[in-house]
Write a protein that binds this ligand. Sequence first.
Ligand SMILES: Cc1cc2nc3c(=O)[nH]c(=O)nc-3n(C[C@H](O)[C@H](O)[C@H](O)COP(=O)(O)O)c2cc1C
Length: 214
Amino acid sequence: MDRREFIKKSGVAAAGTLLDTTPFASMLAKDDKKNNGMKIVVLTGSPRKNGNTNHMADEFIRGAKEAGHEVFRFNTATSDVHSCLGCNHCGMDGPCVYEDDFTKVLRPEIIKADLVVFCSPMYYFGFSAQLKATIDRFYAINGTLHTRKKCVFLMAYANMSKKDAEAMTAHYKTIADYMGWEDVGCVIAPGIWTAGSIKGTKYAKESYELGKLL
Ligand SMILES: Cc1cc2nc3c(=O)[nH]c(=O)nc-3n(C[C@H](O)[C@H](O)[C@H](O)COP(=O)(O)O)c2cc1C
């Protein structure tokens, strides 16, 4: 894929579902077709080990494993992932100059994944820098990642305003549209601030149920 195609595809995505009303917590319907035995990659973005989004990931994974799926978890905040240099050595689909955890650990797993989970705290209305750095490294396997996959979005933030979540949700949906991945559910948790405060809330339960219902 060349640069013009990348930009063109992004434009199409922006005109697509981006303007749809974003559900606060969209879930798969119980009678949706089951996808048994999927390979799932969970990308977590929080540096807080006992934080809220890591708990959402724990609960999602618990549900997904109970449903018979295989899960590979990649904690971006504790992994060695360099920011993309934009050197274009990869040509958007080739070897990256960095031999770090993205290349050695995540790259083979995400290529074969059927479903990718983006799990991040809200940091200034966007993904955490750690998760964003990992997403940017998709560039080196951009063509290879444009296959039929599903994706999920798990996010927590301190404020109560639904509007505050719009930019991040739109970003997630635009990435999904661009990659050609099907969004199969979001759990968006407002009013969650201190580490661990998500435990026992409906958002933790919804994360588990989303994993279980896949
Ligand atoms: C650097 C930083 C930026 C943040 N930005 C926002 C923000 O823009 N809006 C908001 O409501 N909360 C914001 N928060 C609060 C976190 O989103 C919230 O505490 C969340 O539950 C953290 O999730 P975690 O425990 O998984 O790290 C911010 C927190 C930090 C540390």
